[in-house]
Design a protein around this ligand. Sequence first.
Ligand code: SF4
Ligand code: SF4
Length: 75
Amino acid sequence: MKIAANECIHCNSCVRACPSVFDAIVNVSHDVIIVPELCSGCPKCVAACPVDCIYPDPDWEPTTDVSIWDEVRRG
Ligand code: SF4
Ligand code: SF4
């Protein structure tokens, strides 16, 4: 997933929605960004964003660590 910086209103809803097992969304300076290597594609941030500015990232590939998904389902 990828955040369109020009559409983001910096509400941090996505940061709170990203499961703690990933913690893939961080604040960098004045931007909120998704770290591709940490993102699972779950996609809880998309549902949480009030302005729908989180989009699929064409360069992203899903994590291959299957045990991570068990933790998400438990959460
Ligand atoms: S898709 Fe899931 S893991 Fe990736 S940034 Fe959004 S909430 Fe976090
Ligand atoms: S939920 Fe959407 S608007 Fe809010 S900080 Fe995240 S990307 Fe920006």
